[in-house]
Design a protein. Sequence first.
Length: 332
Amino acid sequence: MIYAYDQDKQLRHADSVLVKKDSFYCPGCQEQVIWKGGRSRRPHFAHRNNASCRTFSEGETQEHLAAKACLYDWFQPMPVQIECFLPELNQRPDLKCCRQVIEIQCSPITMKAFLSRTTGYLSAGYQPWWILGSRLQPKKRWHEIAKASCTYDENGFSLWGIDTERQCLIKYTDIHWHYQYGVGSHCIWFSEGSPFDKTTLRPITKQQPIHQNRKPLWQANGYQCWLLQQLIKKSPCIMKIQALLYSLHGHVARLPFWCYQDSRFAFLFEHRLLVMRFCFHMDPKQSFTHWLDKLRLIDWSWAYPLLDQTRILFALFHECQQLEEIFQFQNQ
């Protein structure tokens, strides 16, 4: 932690400590903490090894400490609070500004803990913004926490990360999924001083994303053939999709051709999108509510608390309607 109370109950910044032998206390549990610092580590406070504080996490990495300090300075002169304790939730976001809370996640976290913290913020009327450190930022594969930290707007899905060495925020945008190559994205980098929205604190995007990799070409017939090959190889992932389709009297390689088309929502659902589309094809005249009822029968779950589930599913339902109508017209 960067802040702790001194003997006079004054909140002190770790950088301001001149006599490290002074007594300091945790803002959360009130237990005594110790000041740490040196040439190779950023000054901070830490609990003793036998402490049982649940409010302030232990073992903060230097990256995490640096990220908090960097963003705190970045968002000045906004009324940003660092390590602000929220007693109604017994949680302590890294940064808070009005109803916006920022969680900087540099170390692995369980999905259960992520969902608990996020839904806790939302239920209390806060808007959480998760920013991932280098270890959790997407590389060849996307960790489930990276997916769950994404937001969605009219421009598609996006994710935020931080590079403390360059002191930059990174926005992953144009996020897409391909049946062979997995998830891809483009990046926009923001340095300190970049203009930001005074309500959400997010940097305002003016530049175009840096296209590190071109988006691979999507071929519907190629996807269909690829699925058949994976089925022959008994790929566990595709075998699971086939089992779901079989229960609906479908086959992964014999679906209506429009089911194999690309989708802006493929990033979320990947191959399960085939099942969702087939549920629509079973009765193209059905209502949105009846389609949702079918989805609930196929081991449905939603692990994206930052995304509006109804909005996403309704847009997907509308996409199914459009694709079904287009291919019916072409086959007339």
